[in-house]
Write a protein that binds this ligand. Structure first.
Ligand SMILES: *Cc1c(COP(=O)(O)O)cnc(C)c1O
Length: 405
């Protein structure tokens, strides 16, 4: 048995079988590349599902982890650490929101957000003000609260009963939104750019309507920017792209460059609804993760990575759109910056599997979408390589007459 087969077999024997992994053992990475046990090199368009925005083994991140690990890794939230307040201050100045709570994951950031919205709702309108409005096709996580807000049956089935009081409306359906939001709504929760849901952007008009209805009914407008936030859209927050500011925003994936860290940020008038003892965590906001997150945000600025996201993201979009014109299976390109999706009319997973042999990591979602969440360090030449591989795998070209249309 090879080492790779040995590792795969051991997992088959001992892990809960919850993942359908690709038959690949990745051992190390550098920049936008990963290497498997045999030393085969892969161009990474997945970035740990949007986590590794700085690619792999960024020297400044490695240094920050080394230095901090030698000092102190974990302190409980019984004590102050040097970095949690600094990171909160930085996130507030970047977002325009006023207060932060640190969690360990995205799903926990969503949990905290809806707990806060419930407290604020009860304060404003009594116990009846507890209802939540979320979007069909959304993804917010796997815990009971976040799963209850996730508008896809495949994630919910078998786990009922979930949170009651959640009404789902279709994305961009202003009429359904108006019908769903009332004086008992405590929060409207949405991803401004759907990630797992297949890379769909909410329209600016829909987001403005959400803002107006939340204001009218004193409900919290909560944005889940766990995937689209912290630079991936080309702005530090995706909401800045749409010009609609939420009351609460949840972030996670790239914030600590691969260490587990999430957060939710809240406006002061919502933040004041919670008091000591009502929420907490053992690990969240530890000195190692917070120091590394500060380094992540410093690198984004100093290496001008948002400009790179916008420029290379624009190039990626242009090159993917050219595929839509040329290949029968390629239907549409969605998203912006370095969160994009190529809609196919054939299953995407086989394309992703075949790309492994070509040395490229892609991701598929919603069965027929190839999703691109590469590191922010991506360059045009990397896009060219990825697109070359897609061309090889997409199969039939459109006929000349179709191309003209
Ligand atoms: C990944 C993700 C989550 C869940 O985050 P975890 O860290 O996996 O708990 C929630 N919402 C969105 C939009 C995500 O992409």
């Amino acid at each position: 048995m090879t080492d790779t087969e040995d590792i795969i077999q051991r997992e088959r024997n001992f892990l809960l079988q919850t993942y359908s992994r690709y038959p690949l053992v990745l051992q190390r990475g550098k920049g936008v590349f990963l290497y498997d046990l045999e030393g085969k090199k892969y161009l990474d368009f997945v970035a740990g599902l949007g986590v590794n925005a700085l690619g792999h083994a960024h020297p400044r991140i490695v240094k920050a982890i080394r230095e901090q690990a030698a000092k102190v890794i974990h302190l409980s939230n019984l004590y102050y650490n040097e970095y949690q307040g600094k990171l909160a201050e930085k996130l507030c100045s970047l977002s325009g929101l006023q207060r932060v709570f640190f969690s360990n994951s995205g799903t926990e950031a969503i949990e905290g957000s809806i707990k806060l919205a419930r407290l604020a709702g009860h304060r404003a309108g009594g116990n009846a003000k507890s209802q939540l409005v979320a979007l069909e096709g959304s993804y917010h996580g796997r815990t009971f609260g976040s799963m209850s807000l996730t508008g896809q049956d495949k994630y919910r089935k078998g786990f009922e009963p979930l949170l009651e009081d959640v009404t789902f409306v279709p994305r961009d359906d202003v009429g359904a939104l108006r019908a769903a939001v009332n004086e008992n709504t405590c929060a409207i929760v949405l991803e401004p750019i759907f990630g797992e849901g297949g890379i769909h952007e909410c329209s600016t008009e829909f987001l403005q309507q959400c803002r107006a209805l939340a204001d009218q009914h004193h409900a919290a407008l909560i944005f889940d920017e766990i995937q689209c936030g912290l630079g991936r859209s080309g702005n530090i927050f995706a909401f800045q792209t749409f010009g609609v500011t939420p009351d609460i925003v949840a972030i996670a994936k790239p914030i600590a460059a691969g260490l587990p860290l999430g957060a939710f940020l809240a406006k002061a008038e919502f933040a004041s609804a919670i008091s000591a003892g009502q929420h907490g965590t053992t690990f969240g906001g530890g000195p190692l993760a917070c120091r590394v997150a500060l380094e992540y945000l410093a690198i984004l600025e100093e290496e001008k990575l948002l400009e790179n996201v916008a420029r290379v993201g624009g190039y990626l979009q242009q090159e993917l759109k050219a595929l839509v014109g040329k290949y029968a299976a390629a239907q549409e390109v969605r998203g912006r910056g370095l969160i994009q999706g190529l809609q196919l009319d054939i299953p995407a997973r086989p394309i992703v599997e075949q790309a492994l042999a070509e040395g490229v990591l892609f991701n598929s979602t919603q069965d027929t979408v190839v999703r691109f969440l590469p590191p922010f360090l991506l360059e045009e030449k990397h896009v060219d390589k990825g697109v070359r591989v897609l061309k090889k795998l997409l199969g039939k070209k459109r006929r000349k007459t179709d191309q003209a249309a």
